[in-house]
Design a binder for this molecule. Sequence first.
Ligand code: C2E
Ligand code: CA
Ligand code: CA
Length: 760
Amino acid sequence: MEWLGLQFVTELPQSGQVILDCTHNPLLVLVAYLVACAASFATLDMAERVGHAEDPGSQRVWRWIGATCLAGGIWAMHFIAMLAFQAPLEIHYELATTLFSLVIALLASWLAMHTLSVPQPSLMQYLKTAIVIGLGIAGMHYVGMAAMHSVATAYYQPLLFCLSIVIAIGASFAALWVAGYLREGSGRFHQLLKYTAAVILGAGIISMHFTGMAALHLVVPEGAVPPLSGETNYLQLGLTVALIILLILGSAISAALADKKLQNKEQDLRRVNALLGQLDQARMSLQQVANYDALTNLINRRGFNQIFAEKLSQKTSEGGMLAVMFLDIDHFKRINDSLGHDAGDALLKVIANHIKGSVRSHEDVVARFGGDEFCILISLREREEARNMAQRIMLKMKEPIELAGRRMVMTTSIGISLFPDDGTTCEELLKHADLALYQSKGAGRNGLHFFSANMKTRASLELQLEEELRQALREENGLTLYYQPIFELKTGRVTKLEALIRWQHPVHGLLAPDRFIAIAETNGLIAELDNWVLRRACTDLGELTRHGCNDLKIAWNCSPLNLAREELADEIESALRSAGVAPERLELEVTENALMGNIANTLVLLRQIRALGVSLSIDDFGTGYSSLAYLKRLPLNTLKIDRSFILDIPTATADMEIVQAIIVMAHTLHLQVVTEGVESLEQYEFLERSGCDFIQGYLLSRPVPLDELRPVLEEINQRKHSHAVNPLSLARGTFVPVSLDPSAKSPAPHAGASIVRPIR
Ligand code: C2E
Ligand code: CA
Ligand code: CA
């Protein structure tokens, strides 16, 4: 049977014919195998490249390089293997058919590379392509064999022929599958796998060839074998071809390697770029967090300082003026305390917008330094511009704000320092603006102040006072207690005393508490100071008891800051115990705002103090934000109406009505009422008529030191007894307020001691 020029026989002709004894040159066979392995390796490499190529253009290039490598490799292998074929007769190869076999190899290889470009080919796809490629390779082989011309007739054994085709298909399938598998991955193991696969595939390809060769029998008629004409150096030719193809394959592999490295570098570069981008973003958001205030979106102190430093150096070199403006919202804490922190935050946002709306948007810098403290930096030509802007802000601030269902009007205190007049460094200018702000607050708030040199003197005096107060507390030297009688209207006797601290300063003389309580509070000395007062008051009470004042109570003032300390109850108990005084004789005075500040915690502490037997009094009532609901919950005994309600009585009828209402309310809540600051007989009469329980004020006596107290008490109590029927008629005629404390601004007469008020 003849097919495509190939003779297929099951049995060779028996007579008159000679089967030629053909052999193979082992060296060239080995070289052919090596070429097949190299081609396989190159193909796997190219398939990997195709898989990793990022654009269709380079994918196409690698596909073609891969196809050329595979086709060239297989074809060269075939060529070398044919050179290894040694038959005892002269053989010629027809060029056209040989080249045609190369085209077939190229087509099959292109198909292989094409299948490998598909991202994830299915098994069926692999199989179909493997069949086509296998047939292609076999086609190439047998077409190549057909190009062989000699006197002999080529007979093929069908079984081996078929086997060679099956091997070609099998090898193709293996090649495709391994290449597909090896497309992803990297590292040594991957490389080793690729070498192994190349060796096996090479074996597959060469097996196909030699199975095909085994199927071949060259048969010549007897005596027809012509003598071989000269020696043909097949070995040299084979080696040359091998060298050429290996060089080509090597170049392709090197190119693939270089491309891989380049691609890795590009990917690394892209990754680094992406990382740098992320880093940049992180840095920017960090900067945002670091330099901006999250609540108001204004820059914070840090951001402000940066801009300030830049502007300052610019103004220093180019000339020009700058103003630093410190703003503090008046009584902001009350909002936080009474309406909660959320309302406080909402208010801060509105205020921030008010401020932003009042400045020139581009040139001026508005910052929030924390809490209710804002700072503005403005470039200006003259001082008055700063004043105008500050006034604009103050005006804007007075616009009513809706908050938590209430309409409220806020005011602000402002301090201004100017460059270059008030300082040349950021630190100096900020400090001076702060001092000016302090001045504004001290002057009753809702105002603005420019820095002036004497503020600095004042500030350093404060600093010195702080140090001296620390020392006075440490050495228990200079601090002293004055006592002001509290007169009970029902009994007509002084039944309570209020302990009021004084400081006998070596240089400034006798200082009133308003000169140093705030210093103690801001510098962490207040607990120690109040504790000293408590112990001294208890000791003095013990002393008074020994002199017969058995029913006197002492009211003791406690700072709001001290009320936040859990150990306060223990300290009170210990002071009472060591002085041997009954707790019922001590009354704790706490201001209204201190109580309302942190009601939950305060309540626990107050209950502990009440449990000791100590009475509780709410001081300065009417100046804060008390809520009736809270008042009811607090374990109070006494309510002290603030002096400001008494001041204009009897002229201010509204105040009189308020005082009467407070007395009624207090009695409803079972609280006794003390009215402080009573200076005139009219006030006294009005309060008595209104049902007030206790009177305290200069009308009766100013605060006096302990050693001058007893005569004062005796005098007040005695007058009552000598005019038992109507103490008021007594007061009208003969009551002379006893005053030993000349610190008061009241025109009331006083005796003896002098109190110096040098600072203020
Ligand atoms: P406060 O508790 O409201 O004390 C009443 C203040 O009113 C006292 O001033 C007293 O001298 C003054 N005063 C009494 N009657 C009259 C009057 O008829 N007219 C006028 N104009 N004033 C009168 P002082 O002693 O200067 O105390 C001022 C504030 O200092 C006190 O106000 C209290 O809040 C605080 N303070 C006094 N001693 C202490 C203390 O030991 N610890 C603490 N934390 N604060 C104290
Ligand atoms: Ca008080
Ligand atoms: Ca008071």
